[in-house]
Write a protein that binds this ligand. Structure first.
Ligand code: BT5
Length: 331
């Protein structure tokens, strides 16, 4: 994108003007083409000072998640070094799946400012309005068995929770298997999709949606009482590109922990962040509903439950509801 190249040139000259002539020479396009792109950049929120004699100077950048905004902040070795950025997509997971099928490498990421058909699990919808959320999909090619793929979800949940804490100071809790909660409301959700053979994973698409700057009244009515955002809980907007930076760093770190130290190291961090042990839960799994006490999560990421009649059950996938809410007192 030529806009990216123009921004790069302007950033390389932070305290001086760069003439339109110089820019058109470097980018091998006409001065009118440069002017049109500058106008477009301004419409996106970039403040670019223009002087007929001296040229252009970048004064202020908006909080977009474009590669040119994000890359200067990134301190990762390989995660997010290639960013496929879109203003709008149906779903970043679908796009990433497509890219991975055509050979995209581990660590490449897809970001969209908004999703038209953001996806949750089991065909559910994910609300992702423009410029207020993070919609991220990461391509991973782990050399682990397909049966261990749930560990990737646990790893991503830990990384997302840590990024939230680093960015906001808030302490989120993880709810099995893929929710991140602040004060019992969902602030982020994970959707992992995997392409594999019986004993080999081709790739995993790690989809992460985080509500960053959504105000409460902006949430659709159906989820208003169960969803929240970092802005709502913190009382102040977060810089989205800074959050993305933390998240990519944490993902790189925890993925390394998983591959080098194994699932136990991730599970230890996950248990601390989930406080699931001993909680009364109702679990819906493949159309069946189970109630009981959560005992733990095992080494493959499954939930272990002690049911009301004392049986131990292992749940591989499903939805959890906490049922030990304080009783409403009678007056
Ligand atoms: C999830 O599913 O929580 C997975 C969400 C993953 C979204 C990311 S965004 C980037 C990537 N690209 C995609 O297309 N998806 C991933 P699940 O556990 O099934 O929860 C879905 C339910 O959460 C919905 O049925 C709503 O009740 C609720 N929900 C929808 N949008 C929400 C939001 N923005 N915040 C909180 N809750 C929401």
């Amino acid at each position: 994108m030529m806009e990216e190249e123009i921004l790069q040139l302007l950033r390389d000259h932070p305290s001086t003007f760069l003439s339109g002539e110089e820019m058109s020479r470097r980018l091998k396009v006409s001065r009118t083409a440069i002017w049109k792109r500058i106008r477009h950049l301004r419409s996106l929120g970039y403040q670019i000072e223009a002087s007929t004699r001296s040229g252009y100077r970048l004064i202020h950048s908006p909080d977009l998640l474009t590669p040119s905004e994000v890359k200067p902040l990134l301190k990762t070795k390989w995660m997010g070094k290639v960013i496929h950025y879109f203003n709008s997509l149906d779903s970043t997971n679908s796009k990433a799946y497509d890219l991975a099928t055509h050979g995209a490498e581990e660590g490449e990421v897809v970001i969209a400012e908004s999703q038209l058909k953001g996806r949750g699990r089991l065909g559910r919808k994910w609300f992702s309005p423009p410029y207020l959320t993070l919609n991220l999909s990461v391509i991973l090619r782990p050399s682990i068995f397909p049966q261990q793929a749930s560990l990737i979800t646990l790893m991503a949940a830990v990384a997302t929770a840590e990024a939230i804490e680093k960015c906001s100071g808030l302490q989120p809790l993880i709810k099995w298997p893929n929710d991140i909660l602040l004060k019992d409301r969902k602030v982020a959700g994970l959707l992992n999709e995997i392409q594999s053979e019986t004993d080999r994973i081709h790739f995993v698409i790690l989809g992460i949606g985080v509500n960053l700057n959504i105000d409460e009244r902006m949430f659709p009515k159906e989820i208003r009482s169960i969803a929240t955002s970092l802005k709502r809980e913190r009382g102040e907007a977060v810089l989205r590109k800074e959050f993305l930076r933390y998240l990519l760093e944490e993902l790189e770190r925890w993925y390394k922990v998983l591959l080098e130290e194994g699932g136990d190291a991730v599970l230890t961090a996950w248990r601390k962040r989930s406080q699931i042990k001993g909680k009364s839960v109702r679990v819906t799994s493949f159309g069946e509903t189970l109630t009981g006490i959560a005992v733990d999560v095992d080494s493959s990421g499954s939930l272990i439950l002690k049911t009301e009649n004392g049986e131990r059950k292992r749940v591989v996938a499903g939805d959890v509801e906490y049922t030990n809410k304080a009783p409403i007192s009678k007056q």
